[in-house]
Write a protein that binds this ligand. Structure first.
Ligand code: MRU
Length: 422
């Protein structure tokens, strides 16, 4: 890793050291390819609905708020281009798009285009509710428009789309402070001055418009001198922890410790962990929470060890239309993804006892995707189970924190009252 990425210019208050997943200006959107991080920084242009869909589906961008931002900003970009060139052929003949936007004629023709695009983008990843919430906001703006000017409608839609991205950073900072203060207040009663916390997956600025949710709480604890160390799971098979959270924590100078997903129980037995802090892809009405695979087992172990388990998520992640976690649609990833690992080549390793320092571009070894299973795995009767998320029941959750407040699960109930954090 040689360079720290400058913050997103569209979000000027992102602290300069924080990574960002999106670069947005009036004429373009670029997505940092998270499949290549942490070893290579490659910014891919997102120029069409298909580009956005592919980036989300392939997880070149991931994290519930970030994928919602990309989908909304792509629609905004295409509408802005059309407003600037009302009649021009915007799509080069070589890259015909099934979702190219015709010259603006009537508001009903524009509505038809927007409806088909939001349906398509929403289908890219089903579990994170933020994406459907953002697409629903656009649908509501369409329904609310009563005029007949395609230009005027396009302008209103652009505002709606841009708000999806712009609102995210500020609310992350709010929930991060609320969560950090809530936890510290409780642990300080036991005489704790600096906390050890554990997280799962990546919930930082790469997964959001900046600062992060669970990682935002950890960042706040660090910035206010209240963090001893952040432990994080590798979060296989995509390795959001070992590839992305590792990068964010080390870039920010936050003391950290990576553990394999299999080591959570051991960590709780041998370290005095003050809390497990995770993000969410969907929190439903009773408080059941879908998050990265591995979250449920961390919550069960936390309960066994009496460790508070905190869910940090924006209001846009709360889904009051689903009553129970069992009804959440869990995305199954392609089985092959669980058979592969990505990284730089260190073989034949000269010394496997010290991590390699791939520090300069000229000496950096090539990236590779390697298969870690026998060829027969994933074929015939050799199955692979690869859900992207699991559901943690509300009774294992100590509190849900949003930008609005903290909903506590007093008495380990089966349900958390989310009404005051909506
Ligand atoms: O599959 P991913 O990497 O998109 O999953 C991400 C998570 O599960 C995060 O915890 C969640 O989206 C919250 S990100 C602020």
């Amino acid at each position: 890793m040689t360079a720290i990425q400058p913050a997103d210019p569209a979000a000027p208050s992102v602290p300069p050291k924080m990574m960002t997943s999106l670069r947005v200006d009036d004429d373009s959107i670029h997505v940092v390819n998270q499949l290549l991080l942490p070893h290579e920084i490659q910014w891919d242009a997102c120029e069409s609905v298909e580009d956005a869909y592919d980036a989300i589906k392939s997880m070149r961008i991931r994290g519930a708020p970030a994928i919602a931002s990309l989908a909304a900003l792509t629609i905004s970009l295409l509408l802005s281009q059309r407003l600037k060139s009302p009649t021009a052929d915007l799509i080069p003949a070589t890259s015909a798009s099934a979702y190219s936007l015709s010259p603006l004629s009537t508001s009903s023709a524009l509505s038809e285009w927007v409806n088909s695009v939001v349906d398509h983008l929403q289908s890219s990843r089903p579990t994170a509710v933020n994406l459907s919430e953002a697409m629903n906001r656009i649908r509501s703006a369409l329904k609310a428009y009563t005029g007949d000017s395609a230009e005027e409608l396009a302008k209103q839609l652009i505002e709606t789309c841009q708000a999806v991205h712009a609102n995210d950073l500020e609310r992350n900072k709010q929930m991060s402070k609320l969560g950090a203060d809530w936890l510290f207040e409780r642990r300080a009663k036991d005489g704790k001055k600096k906390l050890k916390v554990m997280t799962v997956c990546n919930t930082g600025s790469l997964a959001t418009s900046g600062y992060g949710t669970a990682l935002g709480v950890i960042t706040n604890l660090f910035e206010t001198g209240r963090l001893e160390r952040a432990y994080y799971t590798q979060s296989t098979p995509y390795h959001q922890g070992s590839r992305l959270t590792s990068l964010e924590l080390s870039t920010l100078g936050i003391p950290s410790c990576m553990i394999c997903d299999t080591m959570v129980g051991s960590l709780f037995q041998h370290q005095d962990i003050d809390a497990v802090i995770v993000g969410a892809d969907r929190v439903v009405k009773n408080g059941d929470t879908a998050n990265k695979i591995g979250t449920y087992q961390a919550a069960a172990l936390a309960k066994l060890h009496g460790i508070p388990f905190m869910v940090i998520a924006p209001v846009t992640t709360l889904d009051m239309n689903i009553s129970h976690g069992k009804d959440i649609h869990i995305e199954q990833r392609p089985p092959i993804e669980a058979t592969l690992a990505r990284g730089v080549v260190v073989s034949p390793p000269s010394d496997l006892t010290t991590p390699s320092d791939n520090s300069t571009a000229s000496t950096r070894p090539p990236q590779a995707v390697v298969q870690i299973t026998p060829n027969a795995i994933g074929k015939g009767d050799n199955l692979i189970y690869n859900p992207s998320f699991d559901v943690t029941p509300a009774k294992l959750i100590t509190c849900v924190v949003t930008e609005v407040g903290v909903a506590e699960n007093a008495g380990d109930k089966d349900e958390i009252d989310l009404s005051k954090v909506l």
